[in-house]
Ligand binder design. Structure first.
Ligand SMILES: NC(=O)C1=CN([C@@H]2O[C@H](COP(=O)(O)OP(=O)(O)OC[C@H]3O[C@@H](n4cnc5c(N)ncnc54)[C@H](OP(=O)(O)O)[C@@H]3O)[C@@H](O)[C@H]2O)C=CC1
Ligand SMILES: O=C(O)[C@@H]1CCC=N1
Length: 267
């Protein structure tokens, strides 16, 4: 079995680690590089995984997942570059960071794949988009695909689409949780107990998501089915249009796309 390292075990690194463990990956085939000692101890206790230096993890692994913040990526690559060798695969999950950025800092022959995952991977419902770097074989891409497939769906996309993907599915769960929070607060304003409002909103979200996935029906049609003539839904949707919610979503996602581009410049 090949050895996999995860460098940076914050929210996303742990999400990947826990998914691999759930998918049946033996912990002795996994290594974690994490600079914070208390966090390292937490992960060792929780998963029984070895937390070692980045250099040791990189040296001993065939596949190395880079899950540090984009701003820390240059330092981590500088730290491990001297122990990397041709045939190894680097899988970067960092927003904004291009495969060219990574390839310029590692020895030739090290394959690079860029991935944009999301946090629903924690419940095996992740959405990951992957793009090959310039020296990446089909085998390397398939390896990265298998890594991410253990925690959800995987789509292969051209790298030029990665900043837009980051804005849609990478950050996407946050927008959905924001809508959920807003609806729960509205329920409380309307006089519902908070727990009742929460149950109503969460099940409505799950049911609606299931309809989208299982019926394959266009969301406009599904929305129209809820909207009775001169009814309650039409009254609510008119307010959402007056408050320019659709335009706000577009502006928000353009801002996320632009921020992803800026992260590539190291800011
Ligand atoms: N959270 C999300 O929903 C998503 C995140 N991503 C990407 O995943 C990456 C990580 O994000 P996220 O998990 O949210 O961030 P976190 O800050 O939670 O995790 C990053 C972790 O890396 C650690 N770290 C920093 N420097 C080093 C180093 N030199 N060696 C080893 N570990 C180091 C950090 O420690 P410390 O805190 O001490 O600095 C922290 O534990 C980012 O690049 C982000 O763009 C992609 C898609 C979704
Ligand atoms: O907010 C961020 O920068 C990361 C990338 C996508 C989701 N979280």
């Amino acid at each position: 079995m090949s050895q996999t390292a995860i460098l940076g075990a914050g929210v996303m690194g742990e999400t990947l680690l826990s998914g691999l463990v759930r998918a049946g990956r033996r912990v002795d085939n996994l290594l974690v590089g994490e600079k914070r000692a208390d966090r390292a101890k937490e992960l060792e206790d929780r998963y029984g995984v070895a937390v070692v230096s980045n250099v040791e993890a990189a040296q001993k692994s065939d596949t190395i997942a880079l899950v540090v913040k984009p701003q820390d990526m240059g330092d981590v690559l500088d730290e491990i570059a001297s122990v990397l060798r041709p045939g190894q695969l680097l899988v970067s999950l960092a927003a904004g960071i291009t495969t060219a950025f990574i390839e310029a800092r590692v020895p030739e022959g090290v394959a690079v794949v860029r991935v944009m995952p999301n946090t629903p991977a924690l419940v095996d419902e992740g959405m990951a988009a992957i793009s090959p770097g310039s020296h990446c074989s089909e085998e390397d891409l398939a390896e990265a695909e298998a890594l991410m497939a253990s925690v959800g769906k995987v789509l292969r996309i051209p790298e030029r689409q990665q900043d837009a993907v980051t804005a849609i599915s990478g950050s996407g769960p946050a927008y959905i949780f924001f809508v959920v929070e807003s609806m729960i607060e509205a329920g409380v304003h309307l006089g519902l107990p908070r727990s009742t409002a929460t149950d109503l909103v969460v099940q409505t979200l799950v049911g609606s998501a299931k309809m989208l996935r299982e019926t394959g029906t266009h969301p406009t049609v599904l929305r129209e089915q809820v909207t009775s003539p001169a009814g309650t839904t039409a009254a609510a949707l008119r307010e959402l249009e007056i408050h320019r919610v659709r335009a706000a979503f577009l502006a928000a996602m353009e801002a996320a796309r632009d921020r992803s581009r800026e992260l590539a410049e190291g800011s």
